[in-house]
Design a binder for this molecule. Sequence first.
Ligand code: APR
Length: 176
Amino acid sequence: MGRTFNRTLVEVVEGDITKIEVDAIVNAANSKLRGGGGVDGAIHRAGGPSILDECKKHDGCPTGESIATTAGDLPARYVIHTVGPVWYGGDRAEADMLASCYFSSLARAVDRGCKSVSFPSISTGVYRYPFDDASRVALSSIRDFCARDTSIERILLVAYGAKDAGRYSEILEEFE
Ligand code: APR
């Protein structure tokens, strides 16, 4: 199930993001860029130590921004580490910060000539961003980016579990 935003195919898929072959895998990191749990833990475990070695060359990453590193042993060319906002109820510019994660990650992917990018549902785990709200922010940001830049051919929104995948697909349907 997918939608075309301008010239980019956007699809919801269910599964473990570390198993999906794309040019760039986006990581839901934290500002220290030293690994963690959830997607962050899965990516570092599956990708191996070369990812962390490269992360250590950076002095962290501010919320809303993104940094590209090697993908190590993952089926990708790059990991793009982005730091989502922690949810505090919605009045601390969380939506803007989350939108910035998607925009900056796509910009890093374009900079590196990537044609396919996969995203987890940034901030919807440990950072407690409500899933439906986060999905709408993600899709709006991706649509706006694709309206201006057609170089990415395919974007996969990877939901972890059937429930999230079903909900994400329903929300994608809202976007003509
Ligand atoms: N593949 C795809 N999606 C996954 C995977 C996986 N292997 N593991 C978890 N997810 C999903 C979660 O179900 C959630 O919907 O990714 C989404 C993001 O959850 P988190 O990984 O907890 O990320 P986030 O909420 O952005 O919190 C980031 O958690 O792991 C730490 O170091 C990380 O401090 C940072 C914080």
